[in-house]
Design a protein around this ligand. Structure first.
Ligand SMILES: Nc1ncnc2c1ncn2[C@@H]1O[C@H](COP(=O)(O)OP(=O)(O)OP(=O)(O)O)[C@@H](O)[C@H]1O
Length: 595
């Protein structure tokens, strides 16, 4: 690893603490100075005590006692102050970092978010933040302590005996050289380890999330093996790191061992020739041992810092992912695009004109699709599975950016809306109703956070959910479990519908909103939805054609294009795709009835 790369990694790692760098470095350097200063003072205590033992002069003893008392008092006053400063800056920085990550994940575009497994995102927010914390808290402290200790010791030795100072300078350079040679390997292992931690979290996440399927299909061994493999890879990298760290430690240790032996031999020789006091030799040896131990620590710190570099890089990589724009997204070019033709003389509430879109480049899901939804009317979208029906809704909600074409909502280009403003206009009930681990009332209230209890209850009544909610032991206060796991699919969907009802938005997007309901509940919810849809612009996706026969307009979407449009009767008469789908479903239902 070049010095330039190391500097870049360091800068990236320290970016998070930059707003509090004064506090942090004051605390860190102050704390290191206090600790290394204390170590150096103890060397003087040893020197004075040894001299006292040899000469019996009381001044030496008094000097030693004075240094001890002074050091203890200094330590008790200064150390807590500096520790507090830098610990405070670390805690606040980590809190900011987590917050920044949470907020960014909330804002990230769907396109960018889909690149990550939820387990990987979790790992970035936990394991990667932890390794970054380690450097802020421990590794840098160890390195700065070493620098101050070595610098202080060299200054002292320059005063006491410059020859030994020279030896220590050589030793310091040698240690830096050895550690620098190991850094690239450590960094490569660190990168691998953090990525493997991400994979392990992903697999464990899948195991927990898919527990039912795992048990149902007897996949425990198969999925367990995947977790085991990921865990083994983490252990393997950990072992490699441990091995490299051990070799580095051994190299540092050898350097220190030989240097201590050398200093001791030369020192004793000089003492025997009365060219050096025994106390001074004691001081030199003590400083040398102190430096040795910090050299050993720094080897380990440099190893572990590579993990922090890798962790910081992963966090920045996530933070660099594009976020949804918050302001007006219009550009001059888009403003100039033509408005689609109007249907029946009115400005359509929703309008897609020649829209082309694909989740992946070169694989269009919607191909030059044009359709419109008249204000206050119910428009249904039907068609074969995978034809692009849900994708239309996702584009209307601006979850994804189309490749070409124009979308207008209430006569205004999509880009002219702020994302927040756009989503306030629309209530969306997706295929899979997601519930937060909160109470039922809390989940419904997400539709309108300032809604009163009465309004929440009204919405639940309209969605035919009130009856089952009141039968639960805690009623509206019942906690729904992770993703609503304590409720049935139909109950979850009714709560999602109640949430949409409460939002009371002028535009409704219902994507198979009644798919998880039994026939009876579906009938009830259909009635509620019909009431809700009255006078509102509604786009509804349904597979069961019987549920949308009354729609004002039915759009048949197949293979990303609008292939037919009209009322139920018109489309049946036409004898096209809709009519075939209808016949298929009708015949299948007849078969079921006869069974
Ligand atoms: N996030 C995604 N990334 C990549 N491809 C996707 C994504 N979501 C959907 N697709 C693909 O886009 C195509 C259209 O999907 P879409 O969900 O819009 O179909 P649909 O008509 O609503 O299907 P269904 O009736 O089964 O719900 C499918 O081929 C699907 O595999």
């Amino acid at each position: 690893m070049s010095f330039k790369q190391a500097l870049l990694d360091y800068k990236q790692l320290m970016k998070f603490i930059r707003p509090r760098r004064r506090l942090y470095y004051t605390g860190l350097i102050g704390d290191s100075l206090v600790n290394s200063g204390l170590s150096i003072l103890i060397a003087f205590v040893i020197k004075d005590l040894l001299n006292f033992a040899v000469s019996g002069q009381l001044e030496d003893l008094y000097a030693a006692i004075t240094i001890v008392i002074g050091s203890v008092v200094g330590l008790c006053i200064l150390s807590p102050i500096f520790s507090y400063l830098y610990l405070r800056s670390i805690r606040l920085t980590l809190a900011d970092m987590r917050m920044q990550l949470y907020k960014h994940i909330g804002k990230i575009t769907f396109c960018a978010a889909e690149k990550y497994h939820s387990g990987d995102l979790l790992s970035r927010m936990t394991s990667d933040v932890q390794v970054v914390e380690k450097t802020y808290h421990e590794h840098l402290r160890s390195i700065v302590s070493q620098i101050t200790m070595v610098a202080g010791s060299i200054i002292v030795l320059c005063v006491v005996d410059w020859r030994f100072a020279l030896v220590l300078v050589v030793l310091a350079l040698l240690t830096i050289g050895i550690n620098a040679r190991f850094s690239p390997r450590m960094r490569a292992i660190g990168d691998k380890l953090q990525a493997q931690m991400g994979i392990l979290t992903e697999r464990v996440g899948d195991l927990i999330g898919g527990l039912q399927i795992t048990k149902l299909f007897g996949l425990r061994d198969q999925i367990g093996k995947l977790c085991e493999e990921a865990s083994e890879e983490v252990s393997e990298s950990g072992l490699k790191q441990g091995h490299q760290s051990g070799v580095l430690e051994a190299c540092n240790f050898a350097v220190q061992f030989f240097s201590m032996g050398g200093i001791l031999a030369i020192g004793l020789y000089l003492v025997s020739r009365q060219q050096l006091e025994l106390g001074t030799l004691g001081l030199i040896l003590y400083l040398q041992i102190g430096i040795s131990s910090t050299f050993l620590q720094v080897g380990a710190a440099i190893t572990l810092m590579q993990n922090s570099f890798a962790g910081a890089a992963r966090i920045h990589q996530l933070l660099d992912q594009p976020a949804e724009p918050e302001g007006d997204r219009a550009t001059a070019g888009l403003e100039a695009e033509p408005v689609c033709q109007e249907t029946s003389g009115n400005v359509p509430a929703l309008e897609l004109c020649n829209v082309t879109f694909g989740y992946e480049p070169g694989r269009p899901v919607l191909r030059c699709l044009s359709m419109s939804v008249t204000e206050g009317k119910v428009t249904a979208v039907v068609g074969p599975s995978g034809g692009g029906k849900s994708t239309i809704m996702k584009l209307l909600l601006s979850f994804y950016e189309r490749e070409s074409g124009v979308i207008h909502i209430q006569g205004k280009a999509l880009e002219h809306y702020r994302i927040k403003e756009l989503r306030e206009l629309i209530a969306y009930v997706p295929q899979e109703a997601f519930l937060f681990h909160d109470s039922i009332a809390g989940n419904i209230r997400l539709g309108r956070p300032d809604a009163s209890d009465e309004e929440v209850e009204n919405a639940a009544r309209m969605a035919q959910a009130h009856a089952f909610i009141t039968e639960l032991p805690d009623g509206y206060a019942t906690m729904v479990g992770e993703r609503g796991s304590t409720l049935s699919g139909g109950q979850r969907q009714r709560i999602a519908i109640a949430r949409a009802l409460l939002k009371n938005a002028p535009i409704l997007l219902l994507d198979e909103a009644t798919s998880a309901l039994d026939a009876e509940s579906e009938h009830e919810v259909q009635l509620a939805l019909q009431e809700l849809m009255r006078g509102r612009t509604t786009l509804i996706i349904a597979h069961r054609l019987s549920t949308i026969e009354q729609a004002d307009c039915i759009c048949v979407v197949a293979d990303g294009s609008l292939v037919e449009q009209g009322t139920h009767e018109e489309l049946l008469e036409k004898g096209g795709v809709y009519s075939k789908l209808h016949d298929l479903q009708y015949n299948a239902e007849q078969v079921l009835v006869s069974v």
